[in-house]
Ligand binder design. Sequence first.
Ligand SMILES: Nc1nc2c(ncn2[C@@H]2O[C@H](COP(=O)(O)OP(=O)(O)OP(=O)(O)O)[C@@H](O)[C@H]2O)c(=O)[nH]1
Length: 215
Amino acid sequence: MADTNEITMNILLLGKTKSGKSSLGNSLLGSYEFESQFFPYSLTTECRLCRIRIPQFARRMGKELCLKLQVLDTPGSPHSSLTQEEVKYKIKRALSQQFAEGLHMALLVLRADIPLYYKSPTQLFLSIQDLLGPNWIYFTTVIFTHGDQLHEAQIKEDEYIRSAPKTVSSLLEKVHNRYIFRDPLDRTLRGERAILASRLLDYVRQNSYQTLQTV
Ligand SMILES: Nc1nc2c(ncn2[C@@H]2O[C@H](COP(=O)(O)OP(=O)(O)OP(=O)(O)O)[C@@H](O)[C@H]2O)c(=O)[nH]1
C-alpha cells in the first residue's frame, strides 16, 4: 500500500543543450548528482534518474509529510553527438522505464540570457507535444536559468517577461504561466532546493497530484 505520509514528485528535465538542466537537477536534489560543467560539447548523453527523500517537508492534517523527489535528467537537443531522433528515442524510453506511473511535471529549461529561437511558437509546441503528448500544457513548468545574468544587467523578472518575444510569451500562456527564475548565485544548493521543490509542489497540488501518462 502507498505510504500516505509520503508525496512523490516525478520530475523530467527537458531543454536545449547547455541550458542548465543538470545543474538545475542538482539544485532540486540538494547535492551534486548529475555531471554539470562548462564544456564546449553536450555533456549529458544518457537519461539518468536520481531520487531523494526529504523528511518533514510539509504537514497535512497534523502529520509530517516526506517528499520523495525523482528527477530524470536528459540529453539536450540539438546535441553535439546525438541526432534529434536519438535524443527523442532515449527520452521516450527513459520515461516509460522510469516513470511508468506517470510524470508530475516536466521542467522546460530555458536560458534567460539567450533568445529562444524557433521559427514559430507552433514549432516549439509541436516539439514538446511530440515527446509528452497533447496534455503537456498541464504538466510543464518553464524554468529560466541564468537569472543571475538578469540581476547583473539590472533587469527585473517581470520586466523580462513583459518584453519577452512572442515564442516565450505564447509558451508561458500555454503552460498557464507556470514559470520560475533560477538564481543559483544567490543561494546555497539546499536553500534553492527548498524554494524550487515547494513551488513545484504547489503546481503539482493544483493538478490534484494527477500524472501525465506518456506511454
Ligand atoms: N551563471 C549561471 N550558470 C549556470 C546556470 N545554470 C547552469 N549554469 C552553468 O552552465 C553550464 C552548463 O550547465 P549544465 O547544467 O551542465 O547544462 P546541461 O543543459 O545539463 O548541459 P548538457 O548536458 O551538456 O547539454 C555549467 O557550467 C553550469 O554551471 C545559471 O543559472 N547561471
